[in-house]
Design a protein around this ligand. Structure first.
Ligand code: 5AD
Ligand code: SF4
Length: 433
């Protein structure tokens, strides 16, 4: 049978990358295979993000670049999936009337039947959110390599006032535990060594009376899987049992991404994050005490409505004190439909930019210092790929999820190589086997 070809570009978070693998897995039984070039594709999809305005602007621009494929090769379908599709829905069609398909994150199951329909003048729109959809029965087509991303829960019930996710991804729901263990066993059989569990609030995972700690514990019993990670947990759902599991299970790596957003209690309250900065700090103390060598990363937003200079200073000082290994830092972007959107903007883009630059500079210095301290240590690198740095060098991650590059010396992807760190930058450790 002649395969039809699908080309997908993915924007945004890891969950979207996992959804792209899901879409390809979903279409495979219907005779589709993935292509890496839009010019060869029968179906072109952009799997999109709506978290910040900037993400949306990029996508509209990209759509306009891709539309010529439809003109040149009649029959080619151009579609939008993911959070931006859900967020904009019909409005989107004013800006991009040439779209054939608009599919929200809970509507992917409809894709094969929509593609089987005759081409219409009107685009096909499917954006109903579904409280129960977990795609538990669909096998995603995982990318090559040693690491597999596995979505364990979808949606979010937290409704932080700045965030569009609960509106575009719907209510929180978990994939049944047995389905996940089965999937990970298959991944192990295929040679994957590292599994990364994904969810918008991944540690809120629940299946009956089993929770995220149970999932980690049972996953660790699967032979062949040597490293287990997860992202992103919510500080409020970081239970003692999960900390205990991280501390005692050697397969669960000593690395945690723990979004803070702000270290001002008045900003945190208006964000409705559900914790104070003191509670967050106590949590970090407990984590660091329980898990030796724990690496921490975070998310920070600057310029949230009403953020005064003193609030920003509190965030700066807290980051300086806490010393994250690295951080993702953003300018606040008002999102339609959220609570904070109604409060408007209270700061110029220039001022947001100034604050952002200030914490980026701080974090660069801290990351550099922290990485510098690892010089002389021996770390275990799970090798992934040839390094771009130099011919013959290899790259991989240590247990703290830091990138390590070293002269390859015959090391192959999947090998666990002890490497002595000889120098470091803010982003990379450089080693010698
Ligand atoms: N503006 C800026 N950053 C945001 N994030 C989520 N919503 C917004 C927004 N409206 C950031 C948060 C979150 C990360 C995934 O994206 O820091 O943790
Ligand atoms: Fe958005 Fe808050 Fe849910 Fe994270 S926890 S996805 S920031 S609403």
């Amino acid at each position: 049978m002649e395969h039809r070809k699908i080309y997908i570009e993915t924007y945004g978070c890891q969950m979207n990358l996992a959804d792209t693998e899901l879409l390809i897995g979903l279409l495979k039984p219907h005779g589709y295979e993935q292509t890496q070039t839009a010019a060869h594709a029968d179906v072109i999809l952009l799997n999109t993000c709506a978290i910040r305005e900037h993400a949306e602007e990029r996508i509209l621009k990209r759509l306009k670049e891709l539309v010529h494929h439809k003109v040149r090769r009649p029959g080619v379908r151009l579609g939008l999936t993911g959070c931006m599709a859900q967020h904009y829905r019909e409005q989107l069609l004013d800006k991009a009337p040439f779209l054939d398909l608009v599919l929200g994150p809970d509507a992917y199951r409809n894709l094969p039947s929509l593609l089987a329909q005759e081409e219409k003048d009107e685009p096909l729109v499917s954006v109903r959110l579904d409280r129960d959809e977990t795609y538990a029965d669909i096998t995603p087509l995982h990318g090559e390599g040693i690491r597999a991303w596995v979505t364990v829960m979808r949606g979010c019930d937290k409704f932080c006032t700045f965030c569009v996710v609960p509106y575009v991804r719907g209510r929180e729901r978990s994939v049944p535990l047995n389905a996940l263990l089965h999937q990970v066993q298959e991944l192990a059989d295929q040679g994957y060594q590292e599994v990364v569990y994904l969810g918008q609030t991944v540690n809120a995972y629940r299946d009956g009376d089993q929770d995220f700690a149970d999932l980690l514990h049972k996953t660790a019993a699967i032979d062949g899987i040597t490293r287990i990670r997860f992202t992103s947990p919510h500080p409020s759902d970081m239970s003692d049992r999960i900390i205990e599991e991280m501390a005692t299970d050697s397969k669960v790596t000593p690395y945690l991404h723990l979004p803070l957003q702000s270290a001002s209690n008045s900003v945190l309250a208006r964000m409705e994050r559900g914790y104070t900065v003191e509670q967050y700090a106590v949590l970090v103390d407990r984590l660091r005490a329980a898990i030796p060598g724990l690496a921490l990363s975070t998310d920070i937003i600057v310029g949230f409505p009403g953020e005064e200079e003193a609030d920003f200073r509190a965030t700066y000082d807290f980051m300086n004190m806490l010393r994250y290994d690295f951080a993702f830092m953003f300018k606040y972007s008002a999102r339609e439909g959220t609570k904070a959107h109604k409060w408007g903007e209270t700061m110029s883009e220039e001022e947001k930019g100034r604050r952002l630059q200030e914490i980026i500079r701080l974090q660069e210095r801290l990351s550099g210092e922290i990485n510098h301290h690892t010089i002389g240590q021996t770390v275990h690198v799970l090798v992934e790929r040839p390094a771009k740095r130099q011919e013959g060098w290899m790259a991989g991650k240590n247990a703290q999820f830091k990138t390590v590059v070293f002269p390859g010396d015959g090391a192959r992807p999947g090998d666990l190589v002890p490497v002595r760190i000889v120098s470091a930058t803010a982003h990379t450790l450089i080693g010698q086997p």
